[in-house]
Design a protein around this ligand. Structure first.
Ligand code: FMN
Length: 195
């Protein structure tokens, strides 16, 4: 039976990013639970800020097609997002806005066809006490309403994230680690093994 494939998307690409650390921790936890987990670096997609004139002149950039491909090959997504002024990062929203512009062509489905009905879990990390909770709630609405994704109700915001990781990159607090497991378990319940 093939493993479920989890595409883990940190919405920050910053060196030392707390959300990348949380994403790595979650990926390791998922692997231990039988998932095949892969981290996607949104910065590596090299997407320009969305610009309708650029799209008209050059079409959708290759990085958006790479994002679509990675999503199509996954069973489920885990988005790990910081909070910028209560909102998700431009890095994340820009990538998904470009994705939404992909039209069906040459046997390739539209960007929105690749996201429809795909299960997603949400995590967030911030040095602040609320751990990026507000940002996650916007991401939930964005992915559900615009991308028709199945965002599981369970989510986890890691507050004081700058103090949360041990030397091995694990979550020092067992309750925090268990909250990540709860989100992964919710995803696993949505996707039958082997899909
Ligand atoms: C433009 C900007 C706005 C921010 N706004 C918030 C905020 O609303 N709430 C919060 O908890 N942290 C906020 N922060 C702090 C981030 O949570 C912090 O920089 C965090 O480390 C970013 O995530 P990263 O470490 O994964 O890059 C903000 C940071 C930036 C750069």
């Amino acid at each position: 039976m093939s493993a479920r494939r989890l595409l883990v998307i940190p919405a920050s690409a910053r060196t030392g990013s707390l959300n990348v650390q949380l994403a790595r921790h979650a990926a390791r936890t998922a692997e231990a639970a039988g998932w095949q987990a892969q981290l996607l670096d949104l910065r590596s997609l090299a997407l320009p800020v969305y610009d309708g004139d650029l799209e008209a002149a050059e079409g959708v950039p290759a990085g958006a097609l790479a994002l679509q491909q990675a999503i199509a090959e996954s069973t489920a997504l885990l988005v790990v997002t910081p909070e910028y002024n209560g909102f998700p990062t431009p890095l994340f929203v820009n990538a998904f806005d470009w994705l939404s512009r992909i039209q069906a062509a040459d046997g390739r489905p539209a960007g929105l066809a690749s996201t429809a009905d795909k299960p997603v879990g949400l995590l967030s990390a911030s040095p602040g006490p609320l751990g990026g909770l507000r940002s996650m709630n916007f991401v939930r609405q964005y992915l559900q309403m615009a991308f028709a994704m199945l965002v599981v109700p369970q989510q986890f915001a890691l507050g004081r994230a700058n103090e949360a990781f041990d030397a091995e990159g694990g979550l020092a607090d067992a309750r925090a680690a268990q909250s990540v497991v709860r989100v992964l378990d919710a995803l696993a319940r949505l996707v039958p093994a082997g899909r």
